[in-house]
Design a protein around this ligand. Structure first.
Ligand SMILES: *Cc1c(COP(=O)(O)O)cnc(C)c1O
Length: 474
């Protein structure tokens, strides 16, 4: 039997102050409770606040900066300053009318997990130094694997987000297959191109292809690109598919890409940073079929799995590929190396000293249960479908550009003129009522709603679309 809360048999009273810099326990408790109140107070009133507030550099610097504090300042006052200024002037991605880019609807049980990890100063680098948190990380990766339907034996590592998780997979792919050409499209998230550049890819190893009329990778274009590169003496090594683009929610033809990768002996990477969580619902699973055949896949639970920032996951289905790329065993880590069956997470990415990002996901999955997650994600799918119907019902005002696809819908003013979409989003966003954004689909400007917050109501969507229509410059 595992012993809970193992303690050494020594006298508890050593006379240490409770923290390294001398705060006493009464202050810790009082200030800690105050933090809880500040956080819950904001959660209760967030609907009544603007969805985004951006400050002026000089005013913010004046409020938050000043001389280096040589002696203590009042901690109550500092917490209030954080709540009222530093943390007020930002996008409130958990606001029910925050529809811009990708919202961040967090959940409180996840926040509690995050606080526990920080409070216990948790480290998840080696088994010897962090066997408890490493186990929690193994558990949540396994739970998530089951929820999205990846094959048994899939391994993973938790990271800060999609940008880092994707390059973590790319480097593992390169360690397996060597250098060569990677294929992606004009709809691939721009951070992935940056990842490839950062890892030293030369121009001819980054083959960006035009997407098709529905903003998906064309399997025909891919076939031709691979054939042409081979004829030119290059070595195709990886296809980077997107399962839910940030722009439109489009999913590349994952089955066909998987087939081609199998035939050509290429690594099949799926960037599902935005869309992957949709696969926990039946509708999303159908939409993203083929994702489970990936060699590596990336998800961002800080987008659509109700986790506070930051949390990305890199999963790899080739056993041992992460360790093969990242394992190191220097002399000063010898006494914390793994015993059989244990994992050193410091050997699965470029991060060695790392906090446990697993605790929040573990807390929230246990507290709410997977069923509640599925219902909340499905609600996001349905809200986008509702928004699509609203657009279709007003053809005198709107053109639908791309239909509701896992939480994203794009549309345009009928006979739009350049600058109109940006002007309308600015008017509505500046009013504080909602935060909306426009984007470019190749050379076409569109308005876009991302509806993944389950707190959003149908009335929120009706009113936001109505206000966008009224904000059209005349
Ligand atoms: C958000 C996103 C990324 C980048 O992830 P970060 O967490 O912002 O680093 C990559 N790909 C897709 C599809 C995304 O939506």
């Amino acid at each position: 039997m595992l012993k809970r809360n193992p303690k050494q048999d020594v006298d508890d009273e050593f006379g240490y102050a409770a923290d390294a810099l001398g705060m006493d326990p009464d202050d810790m408790r009082r200030l800690g409770h105050k933090v809880v109140d500040l956080v819950v107070d904001r959660l209760m009133r967030k609907n009544a606040e603007p969805a985004i507030i951006t400050g002026e550099p000089a005013a913010l610097m004046a409020a938050l900066g000043g001389l280096l504090p040589e002696s203590p300042l009042d901690a109550d006052e500092s917490l209030e300053l954080l709540a009222e200024v530093a943390l007020a002037y930002q996008q409130h991605g958990d606001h029910p009318r925050y529809f811009a880019r990708v919202p961040g609807p967090s959940s409180f049980a996840a926040v509690l997990g995050e606080w526990m990890g920080t409070g216990f100063n948790t480290i998840s680098a080696s088994w010897g130094g962090g066997s408890g948190p490493a186990t929690v990380e193994l558990v949540v990766i396994e739970w998530l694997r089951q929820m999205i339907g990846m094959p048994q034996g899939t391994e993973g590592v938790l990271l800060s987000g999609g940008s880092i998780a994707n390059v973590t997979a790319f480097l593992a792919a390169r360690a397996e297959l060597g250098r060569g050409v990677s294929y992606y499209t004009d709809q691939t998230h721009s951070s992935l191109h940056r990842d490839l550049v950062a890892m030293g890819c030369i121009d001819e190893h980054m083959h960006k292809m035009p997407s098709d009329d529905t903003y998906r990778m064309s399997i025909e274009t891919l076939r031709q690109a691979v054939a042409a590169d081979k004829a030119a003496g290059l070595r195709p090594v990886m296809v980077i598919a997107t399962a839910g683009t940030t722009n439109t929610g489009a999913a590349d033809p994952l089955q066909e890409i998987a087939d081609l990768c199998e035939r050509e002996n290429m690594w099949f990477h799926v960037d599902a940073a935005y869309g992957g969580p949709a696969a926990i619902t039946a509708q999303g699973r159908r939409y993203l079929r083929g994702m489970e055949r990936a060699d590596s896949i990336v998800l961002d639970p800080h987008k659509w799995l109700f986790q506070p920032y930051d949390l990305g996951i890199c999963m790899v289905t080739r056993p041992g590929a992460l360790e093969k790329c990242y394992a190191m065993s220097p002399e000063y880590l010898k006494d914390v190396q793994a015993t059989t069956g244990a994992v050193n997470f410091g050997n699965r990415s470029l991060e060695l000293t790392r906090r446990s990002r697993a605790l929040k996901l573990w807390m929230s999955l246990r507290t709410y249960g997977a069923e509640r997650f599925r219902a909340a994600v499905q609600r996001g799918n349905e809200l986008a479908e509702f928004a699509e119907r609203q657009i279709r019902n007003h053809p005198e005002t709107w053109d639908l550009v791309t239909p509701a696809q896992i939480g994203v819908v794009t549309f345009a003013f009928r006979d739009w003129r350049p600058g109109e979409h940006a002007a309308a989003t600015k008017t509505v966003t500046d009013s504080g009522f909602a935060c909306v954004s426009s984007t470019m689909l190749r050379d076409r400007s569109v308005l876009r709603l991302c509806t993944i917050n389950p707190l959003t109501t149908e009335a929120d969507i009706v009113e936001t679309i109505e206000r966008l229509a009224q904000a059209r410059p005349s």
